[in-house]
Design a protein around this ligand. Sequence first.
Ligand SMILES: Nc1ncnc2c1ncn2[C@@H]1O[C@H](COP(=O)(O)OP(=O)(O)O)[C@@H](O)[C@H]1O
Ligand SMILES: [Mg+2]
Length: 313
Amino acid sequence: MFSSSPNVDRAGRQIHFVTGKGGVGKSFVSCALARRFVDAGKNTLLCQVNARDSHSGLLGLRGGGIPDDLLEVEPRLTVLNLNPAQALHEYALMTLKLEALYRAVFDNRLTRTFLRFVPSLNELTMMGKLWFHAEEPKDTGLFASDRRRFDRVVVDCPSTGHALKLFSVSRVLTETVRVGPMVDKTRQMAAVWNDPGRTAVHVVTLPEELPVNETLELLGKLKNERTAQAGVVVVNQVLPRLFSKPALLDRLSDLGAINEVGRRRVQREAMEATQRARLSGCGQSLVEVPHLQESPLGPAHLHRVAALLGGFE
Ligand SMILES: Nc1ncnc2c1ncn2[C@@H]1O[C@H](COP(=O)(O)OP(=O)(O)O)[C@@H](O)[C@H]1O
Ligand SMILES: [Mg+2]
């Protein structure tokens, strides 16, 4: 079920963005990837981006969903919902130091109205929080540490368009605003997303025409904009091949309905094969994940798919 071009190194990167068209399985793949890292002994941060709760069912968590600040839900696995208001609050507190001062400035109606019109402020503050945690050193008590708190960060991104905006916001800001306190930070952020040894953007797709079109388009944009490096393409929900010899079906012609079902399945498998062939020329390595019949999907499925994500360490 797993195929890859041999010389693409997926091992050792810290930050993994997972994106793709709505409903293709981004949340499922993000959780499976996080599961793989945790099981390999890596301290892992799994983030969803301003979503209601995409992960607790898959991870088998009970209780109040995914919180807006870090929560360690099992040894080595920390979850987070990146919420722009919470991220801005934390950033402002870090800068202004005092909660009372924060309230005076940010709970002020005028400031709030003003902030609503700052372009891409939400994206910037969420990426700022993400960057902060990606850089955060490991807390070793009194001693300074050169290790990071999180060995791996997996980000379950929104749809492809929004994901591109997330990556480009730091670069665009660096290019348009040339001085000021934010500029150094955004420049450092842009450098992290742009570092192919540290960050990759994985694209999830179904083996169907529209998601494959969107995937190829996104890969093209990532290449052109050079804001982040494309990682693997995950082809999700691939049907297992049932009919290797469609001609056999002719002999079943008197079985009417079964024959019809079989024919449709053959067509579907052929369509998937065409779309997978289109992807095979995209220059990224491909990971195929089978369509799982059981539902709802949960922790046991994550383990199965984590085992298929070869090459990620
Ligand atoms: N490999 C798979 N086999 C079967 N169902 C899947 C698979 N991957 C995802 N699903 C189902 O597809 C739906 C969408 O998946 P999800 O991860 O929420 O997508 P996204 O985050 O891209 O919107 C969910 O109901 C999920 O359980
Ligand atoms: Mg999702």
